[in-house]
Structures are given as C-alpha cells and as structure tokens.
Design a protein around this ligand. Structure first.
Ligand code: PLA
Length: 460
C-alpha cells in the first residue's frame, strides 16, 4: 500500500504523564455563558463581603439549577409517576416482555467464572485490560483484519460509549485543535455536550428528511463537501440514534468517497453493534468498509446495549492510523489524556467482555442472546405498526416505523404531542418524538398505538 500521509504525523511519543506541564486554559475555552458554569460574586469592599456572608454564607450561591437531562431525566420523571399505566420508552435500555431489566445469561456465566478464579481488584494499566482491548478491536474489525495484523490501531479501554467518545474528543482538542466535528442533524443529544465540554467546535450536517421520514442523503453529502477540508465527520456505525435510519452499503461507500476526497476523518460512534441486525459482523459493515480503504478513523465502542452492561461502563476508544509506529504514539497520548481524567478504567466489565468473547461457547451463546433481544425489538416494532394501522382509520402511512432500525422509533411526534404522551397517557419518552422500542412489550402495543393516535391527531 502506498504511504498515506497521516493527519497525526506530528504527534510525539508521550513522556511520563506525571512530568507533563499543562499551560492552563486558553481564553477561548473559558465559559462564556452562565448556562453551565457559575460566576463568583464580585465583592468590592469588606462591608459587602460581611453582608454577603451574613445573608448567604455559600460561595456557590450563584450556581444555577441545571435542567434535567433530556434522556436520563425522563427515567427520573418515570420513577416519580405512581400510575399503573406508566411506560418508560425514554432511555434506550432493553427490557424483557415483562418490562423487567435483563441480565444476559452469558454475563452471569462469565461472572461465575470470574468469581471462581478469585480475580483480584488491583489497578488496571491506564489503557485498560489487555485481553479486553484485543477482544474489542477484533470484534469491531474482525480478527484477521489487516489493520490489526499490521498493528495500525490504538485501542484504549474507555468508560463505556460516552467516556470513549469523550476521550477521543479530548484527543481531537489537543492534537487537531480548531478542527470542526460535523454531527448529524439530529443526533444523540450527548454528542453536543461531549464536544462542548472537550472544547471541540462542531456544526451539523443534514441527515433526516421529515418529508420522506428518511435519509437526506444529498443534503448530507453537500454539507460534508461544504465543510473545510480535513474536518471530522461523526457517524453512527449502525442504528442511528434517534432516527433509526442508516445509510445503505452503497451510500456508505459514497460517504467514504466524499470523506476521502475532502481529507476528512470519519469518527464512528458504535453503540449498538449487534443490536441493529442481530449480527455483530453485519453491524460493523460501515466501519470495516472504511477501514479497508486505509482510512484513518476514530471509533468509540460501547457494551451497554449489546451485552447489557449499562452500569459497568465498558467500551473503548480506537484510533486507526497509517503505521504501527504512529499507533503507538497515539496510544501513548490517549493514555496521557486518560490519566488525569480518571487514571485507569474499571475492571469488572472488561473481564466480562474478555471472557465472553474469548470463550467460543460463551461467544456463541452471546450471539444467540443478542439475536433474541434484537428479535424481540423487531417483533414489537411490527406489532406497534399493526396496531397503528388497525386503529388509525385515516389511512396515514405508518410504514416508516418498519423501515427504522435498532432500539428506537422516531415517531415524528412534536414536542407538545410528546408531552401529551407523558402527561395524559403516562408514556415517558424524549421530547424529540423518540420512543425506545426496547422498553415496550407486545401487551402494551395497543395502548401505545392509542396514545400515539390521540397525540398525533388531537394535539397541535
Ligand atoms: N452513543 C450513542 C449513539 C448512544 O445512543 C449512547 C447511549 C451512547 C453513545 C452511550 O452509551 P454508554 O455511555 O452507556 O455506552 N444512548 C442511550 C442512553 C441508550 C443515554 O442517553 O445515555 C439513549 O437512550 O440514547
């Protein structure tokens, strides 16, 4: 393969992180609004200081109340509702047909093995558990992928998808300063928070077309072409959240063409591998096609959904680059960024993943359980569609629900309609009209269809 110039060519091997000098905040990164920071009161003379102490003893009195999180705040509101009818379709968390949380059998088996082995609780290295890092890269790319064989990947265990995205964002902020990340409109809301907090500039590319309830492919390509050369394009590897609309394989290839022409870097968020189609390999198709072209990539992975390890916070940051030597340098810098943020990652989830992926029998069982979960979601998707078509006599085309992929359905309900779903029907969902089908049972599909039809036709 011809030598490809790397976007990371100027990165040097990290020195021991304890000797790193950090020069302080750049002025441009200091918070400018009071929305998510607090301002210390300006106290000019001592009498005012005394009064301030007397009336409000806290130095934090200017801290404003933050709004509830648009997704996790929904679960808080759900917990507070005492109605028997209540249904939590907010957060994307898999429930059984009885609407109970589900711990995978393979996870229980792996944990039993771990207990029997009497594993210790020593610190992991900064980059995480070696067996996990190997397993996660292989799961993403396939074990015999040239990227792995040639050592062109830097993998660091992360704090699930969110933490792994955040680490990649910190790397971008430090080594590609000022480079803009383009995110889809709409996208998972936390992408914006992550980039904002990392001090990474971003803008949006068109993605969803409300008219066709499908992909605005031309708009997406046009916005990528319009972006400054060398931008970073954040893509959902599969099961786009919140729309449930993924590009086709042909469209992925065209997206890759544009990214290469423009010397952009693709940044994949892979939070649902195996959950979209039920197949780990199929759901990694987008990333693998890009990697096969020799493109440099960021990939954040999560095991929250596909292994049901939500609270274990296990995932990975991967950077695919052009040479093994550069991969080592990049990894050293990822470690240097991780050390002052959280020092080293938690071990439990990493051991579960390493055990499940590393044991052929457990691995097969995992795949079967994943297909079961993905299959149940497909079933309720179909049932919801059937109920809507049977109950809605207006002839509205609800088939978009069947075309969407993954955990969610993007219903097209407006904010006030979504509020009606919650206030009148006790159906908890995000205000952008997204419902998590992973939190729906077949038994509740009829009730949900009634709620959607009422909200759609009776609320402006
Ligand atoms: N990326 C995307 C696209 C996601 O949807 C989520 C989770 C994550 C990353 C991060 O998940 P993790 O940190 O748990 O690995 N989105 C959820 C939960 C399921 C959430 O908002 O935190 C959602 O309901 O959208």
């Amino acid at each position: 393969m011809a030598a490809v110039p790397s976007s990371f060519a100027t990165i040097s091997q990290a020195a021991d992180s304890t000797t790193t000098k950090f020069c302080g905040l750049r002025k441009s990164l200091l918070p400018t609004s009071t929305g998510n920071c607090f301002a210390l009161p300006k106290i000019k003379d001592r009498s005012r200081l005394n009064m301030a102490v007397a009336t409000d003893a806290s130095r934090f009195h200017a801290v404003p109340m933050a709004p509830p999180d648009p997704i996790l705040g929904v679960s808080e509101a759900f917990r507070a509702d005492t109605s028997d009818l209540k249904l939590n379709l907010g957060v994307g968390a898999y429930r059984t047909e009885d609407l109970q949380p589900y711990v995978l059998n393979v996870v229980k088996k792996a944990e039993k093995l771990m207990l029997e082995k009497g594993e210790n609780k020593e610190y992991l290295p900064i980059e995480g558990l070696a067996a996990f890092n190997k397993a996660t890269a292989e799961l993403l790319l396939g074990a015999d992928n040239p990227v792995i064989k040639e050592g062109r990947i830097a993998t660091v265990q992360g704090l699930s998808g969110t933490g792994s995205l955040r680490l990649a964002a910190a790397f971008i902020q430090r080594y590609l300063p000022g480079v803009k990340v383009l995110i889809s409109s709409p996208t998972w809301g936390n992408h914006k928070n992550i980039l904002n907090d990392a001090g990474v500039p971003w803008s949006e590319y068109r993605y969803f077309d409300p008219k066709t309830v499908g992909l605005d492919f031309d708009g997406m390509l046009a916005d990528m072409k319009d972006a400054p050369n060398g931008s970073i394009i954040l893509l959902h590897g599969c099961a786009h959240n919140p729309t449930g609309i993924d590009p086709t394989t042909e469209q992925w290839d065209i997206i890759a063409d544009v990214i290469q022409e423009k010397e952009h870097i693709a940044f994949f968020d892979v939070a649902y591998q195996g959950f979209a189609s039920g197949s780990l390999d199929e759901d990694a198709n987008s990333v693998r096609r890009f990697a096969a072209r020799g493109m440099e990539l960021f990939v954040a992975q999560s095991y929250s959904k596909n292994l049901g390890l939500y609270a274990e916070r296990i995932g990975a940051t991967n950077v695919i680059t052009t040479s093994p030597e550069l991969a080592l340098r990049i990894k050293s810098q990822l470690k240097r960024l991780a050390r002052p943020m959280y020092s080293n990652p938690p071990v439990h989830g990493a051991r579960i993943v390493a055990n499940v992926v590393g044991d052929p029998a457990l691995f097969d069982e995992w795949r079967a359980e994943m297909q079961l979960m993905a299959g149940r979601i497909k079933q309720v998707r179909q049932k919801l569609y059937d109920e809507l078509v049977a109950k809605d006599k207006s002839g509205k085309d609800w088939s978009f629900i069947l075309k969407q992929i993954g955990m969610f359905s993007f219903t097209g309900l407006s904010q006030s309609q979504s509020e009606n779903m919650t206030n009148k029907w006790h159906v908890y969902m995000t205000k952008d009209g997204r419902i998590s089908l992973a939190g729906l049972s077949s038994a509740k599909c009829g009730y949900l269809a009634d709620a959607i039809i009422d909200s759609y036709y009776n609320v402006q």
